[in-house]
Design a protein around this ligand. Structure first.
Ligand code: SAM
Length: 219
């Protein structure tokens, strides 16, 4: 018999709360959030806090995103099995791990991180979690990652001043880009862009607060 304090039980409780709050809406996102052990993506002293619904430090002045934000973005990204995805800002690798479940073994997540230590850490975490469909790249994601374009889905985990054409051009026709757009250090907006031929449809979603995108086309 498992104790009620086990990580598995805490994860199930958190996912259930997110479902009751209407944040998790689909079976796919629920299963992905249940499948990923958040504690694997955190440093030892913070592992006991892994199922608190809040961002937590991961070193280099950065944070692992709060579970509710990862769940909101997972729902709004509308991933399909087999999608090729670009994540801008790997952090600990947790968010990429959740998305990797949504795209399944035929899909792939390319995740770019500018901080060397975090890129190494995300890669290690993903290996330890036994996930095979994520590639971590060290580099400036403000330029996207044209080497593996086009992507069916692109999402930012840090706040950009705007979404540059150079990144939008890396999105496949019919693809979706979830951007976090707004001031560094202020309240930003999650925006979903859908590419429809020459046109890009824009939907303004929830307000949010993320660390800034630092780089050539960032802050
Ligand atoms: N979602 C991640 C997780 O689950 O751990 C947390 C992402 S954290 C909120 C944002 C990340 O974006 C940080 O690791 C930061 O170093 C990274 N970042 C900021 N500017 C970047 C850039 N130009 N290219 C790549 N990563 C960048």
């Amino acid at each position: 018999m498992r104790s009620l304090g086990s990580d598995e039980a805490k994860r199930a409780r958190l996912v259930n709360d997110l479902k009751e709050e209407g944040i998790i809406r689909s079976r796919k996102v629920k299963d992905a959030m249940l499948a990923v052990n958040r504690e694997l993506f955190m440093d030892i002293p913070l592992k006991t806090c892994a199922y608190l619904d809040r961002p937590l430090p991961i070193g280099s002045g950065q944070t692992i995103s709060a579970p509710h934000m990862v769940a909101i973005m997972a729902e709004e990204l509308l991933c399909k099995e087999g999608n090729r995805v670009l994540e801008i800002g790997s952090g600990s690798g947790y968010h990429a791990a959740v998305v990797s479940h949504l795209v399944g073994p035929e899909g792939h997540v390319y995740s770019i991180e500018r901080v060397h230590e975090l890129a190494m850490c995300a890669e290690r975490n993903i290996d330890e979690a036994g996930i095979g469909n994520i590639t971590i790249i060290e580099g400036d994601g403000s330029l996207g990652y044209p080497e593996k374009a086009p992507y069916d889905r692109i999402y930012y985990t840090c706040a950009a001043p705007e979404i540059p054409d150079r990144v939008m051009d890396q999105l496949a026709d019919g693809g979706i880009l979830l951007g976090v757009v707004g001031p560094s250090g202020g309240v930003q907006r999650l925006i979903r862009y859908t590419k429809e031929g020459e046109r890009v449809k824009e939907e303004r979603l929830t307000r949010c607060v993320f660390v800034p995108l630092i780089g050539e086309l960032g802050y």
